[in-house]
Design a protein around this ligand. Structure first.
Ligand code: ZN
Length: 194
C-alpha cells in the first residue's frame, strides 16, 4: 500500500526515470529545435503543450495503485501512444484556430517521443527492462544497449530525495542543457542569416 501511495507522490512530482527535470529539458529541446528556421519567436501555447507532452507518459505511475500492479513503462511509453497524443494535439490545435496545427502536433508528438527516448537511454534496474515501444503491435520491451542517464531511486521518500537522485538530475542537466543551448544557438544564427 505504501508503495502505491509513493507512486502517487512520484506522479505528483512528475518523477519517472529520468527525473522530471530531464524530461522537461527534453521537451524544451524539442520545442526549440521544432522552431528551427522560424526566427526567434516565443510561442507559449506550444511550449506549454510540448512540456506537458514530455512529462505525460509517466501518468502511468498513477495507474499502479488502482490496478494493484505496476504499469510503469507499459503502453504510455510507446510509439502508438505518441501517435495518439499527436492526433489529439492536432485536433485541439485546429479547434483553437492555430495557424499550423499540423506542425504544432508534430512538435508536441515529438515532445512525447523525447520522453520515451530518454527513458530508453536510462539505466533500468527493475524488470521488465525498457519500454513497450511498439505497443499495440507488440508487447515486447525495448531499451538502448547504452545508458546515458542514471536510474532514479524510488521506494521511500528518503530514497526519492536522496543524494543518488540529485546526482542523476545533475547528469541530466549536464547532458541536456548543452543540447538545448546548441539548438537555441542554431536557431538564432539561422534567424540572423535570413
Ligand atoms: Zn517515463
Amino acid at each position: 500500500m505504501f508503495n502505491g501511495a509513493l507512486d502517487i507522490v512520484c506522479f505528483v512530482l512528475g518523477s519517472g526515470v529520468p527525473t522530471p527535470v530531464g524530461h522537461a529539458l527534453g521537451g524544451l529541446a524539442v520545442y526549440v529545435g521544432g522552431q528551427y528556421g522560424e526566427g526567434v519567436r516565443k510561442d507559449w501555447t506550444l511550449l506549454g503543450a510540448t512540456l506537458v507532452a514530455a512529462l505525460l507518459p509517466d501518468l502511468d505511475l498513477a495507474i499502479g495503485p488502482f490496478a494493484g500492479r505496476s504499469y510503469h513503462h507499459y503502453f504510455t511509453h510507446s510509439l502508438g501512444f505518441a501517435a495518439l497524443v499527436a492526433g489529439i494535439a492536432y485536433w485541439t490545435m485546429r479547434r483553437m484556430g492555430r495557424a499550423s496545427p499540423g506542425r504544432d502536433a508534430g512538435v508536441i508528438g515529438t515532445g512525447y517521443l523525447s520522453h520515451i527516448i530518454l527513458d530508453m537511454l536510462t539505466k533500468d534496474t527493475t524488470p521488465p527492462f525498457g519500454v513497450q515501444l511498439l505497443w499495440p503491435l507488440s508487447d515486447a520491451f525495448f531499451i538502448s544497449p547504452v545508458s546515458i542517464f542514471s536510474d532514479v531511486f524510488r521506494g521511500s521518500l528518503a530514497l526519492l530525495f536522496g543524494l543518488h537522485n540529485w546526482l542523476a538530475m545533475g547528469r541530466e542537466i549536464l547532458v541536456l542543457v548543452p543540447v538545448v543551448g546548441l539548438l537555441w544557438w542554431l536557431r538564432r544564427r539561422r534567424a540572423q542569416l535570413e
